[in-house]
Design a protein around this ligand. Structure first.
Ligand code: CO
Length: 132
């Protein structure tokens, strides 16, 4: 398993438009893309920083994981994503080592990536592994 970078930090927000008043207008980050990932009921704004990026996550459905996260914990950091070279190999290795997973198979993520979440009971923070 090769982790190549901190791919992104996912931040749950009630409103991407509101959040951009800080991240774009004050901090000067550029919005590379805004995309709705239907499978995950989320709208994602990607703001690159070097080789990494911040992803602002706005729920598109009151029953989505992001909506539930905001309901329980308020807006804030939702997950940390590690970029890996081969997500299939990564998931096989994690399973073999007994690391609890939310996603046993890769799912489609933003920007055509393949991603999977590890279970936070094993990792203390919600960790995503992602392959582009
Ligand atoms: Co993510």
């Amino acid at each position: 398993m090769t982790v190549v970078r901190i791919d992104h930090i996912g931040i749950a927000v009630s409103s991407i438009a509101d959040a951009l008043k800080l991240y774009r207008d004050v901090l000067g980050l550029k919005v590379a893309a805004v995309e709705t990932v239907t499978e995950q009921k989320v709208k994602v704004a990607m703001l690159p920083i070097g080789d990494s990026r911040i992803e602002l996550l706005e729920s598109t459905d009151s029953e989505s994981p992001i909506a539930r996260h905001i309901e329980k914990r308020g807006e804030g950091i939702h997950h940390l994503a590690l970029g890996v070279q081969d997500i299939g190999e990564t998931l096989r290795m994690l399973k073999k080592k007994g690391v609890p997973l939310i996603d046993n198979e890769p799912r489609r993520g933003a920007g055509g990536s393949k991603m999977a979440f590890l279970h936070p009971k094993g990792t203390k923070v919600l960790l995503e592994v992602v392959e582009h």
